[in-house]
Design a binder for this molecule. Structure first.
Ligand SMILES: Nc1ncnc2c1ncn2[C@@H]1O[C@H](COP(=O)(O)OP(=O)(O)O)[C@@H](O)[C@H]1O
Ligand SMILES: [Mg+2]
Length: 246
């Protein structure tokens, strides 16, 4: 199984904080995905972009649930579902049999980790449906709620037979200090990644943390850019992006 995550920065004008979908990009990625799906089983995800990060920040939900912010949980949940509906509809139009799958219904955080029941997702996949999930707010035993990033989700999909994960973003991979793509990265050589004002999950830093955890469980992980039709195929061939090594 191959996990492909479409970054929020790729599918929306996330940096600008505009609640829109980059339709052309989603359609072009979908055409690559349709090609890949003829040979491999897929699990798809997209970042929440402004649809998630903006309400989460406004209500402070990345720090947990505080009294009075319950409406923010509803607003965020509905907002990321709206994005999921738009992305899913475009994928359907491009011929992908996607089945939306909302993390908050399946995952919860308990002390020391995340628990989930994937039996329904597994059953859908047995019918050749393609799960389409997204970054979400989930129940958290200690904090009330917490963010589950679509960068982190594949870590819990390993029991489904996950072999490879590709994170598609608006940058051509992990960049070094000179702005050039690092072709292979290990934890020993992470560049200075800074923080992000518009990504509550830590932008490239958070993505790399999740990617290393995933690589350690034996999954092949690549962070790559998508700029035109064919870029996903090239990334899968190892011709672009950054290979993340455990
Ligand atoms: N060294 C780096 N290499 C690549 N991207 C970086 C780096 N440092 C910071 N970034 C930022 O991280 C962003 C990717 O993270 P993020 O915005 O969370 O993407 P996504 O929406 O795909 O999850 C890039 O758009 C870039 O602005
Ligand atoms: Mg991100």
């Amino acid at each position: 199984m191959l996990y492909v995550k479409l970054g929020g920065s790729l599918i929306t004008p996330k940096r600008e904080g505009i609640f829109e979908v980059r339709e052309k990009v989603v359609r072009e990625v979908s055409r690559d995905l349709a090609e890949v799906s003829r040979e491999r089983s897929l699990f798809l995800a997209h970042g929440a972009g402004p649809f998630g990060h903006i309400p989460v920040k406004r209500y402070g939900l990345h720090e947990g649930l505080s009294p009075g912010s319950e409406l923010g949980v509803s607003e965020t949940s509905l907002s990321v579902m709206e994005l999921n509906l738009r992305i899913g509809s475009l994928m359907l139009e491009e011929g992908l049999p996607v089945i939306p799958f909302h993390p908050r219904s399946v995952f919860r955080r308990v002390r020391g980790g995340v628990v989930c029941d994937l039996s329904a997702v597994r059953a859908w996949m047995d019918l050749n449906m393609i799960p389409l999930t997204h970054g979400d707010l989930i129940y958290d035993e200690e904090k009330g709620v917490s963010v589950l990033s679509a960068d982190e989700i594949p870590i819990y999909l390993v029991p489904l037979g996950l072999e490879e994960a590709v994170y598609l973003s608006d940058v051509p991979g992990v960049l070094d200090e000179r702005g050039e793509v690092i072709s292979e990265i290990t934890e020993a050589d992470i560049p200075d990644l800074g923080t992000s004002a518009y990504d509550v999950t830590g932008a490239m830093r958070g993505k790399l943390e999740a990617a290393f955890r995933l690589a350690k469980s034996g999954v092949r992980v690549r962070i790559a850019g998508f700029f035109q039709r064919g870029d996903l195929i090239r990334a899968l061939r190892g011709e672009s992006g950054t290979l993340v090594r455990a």
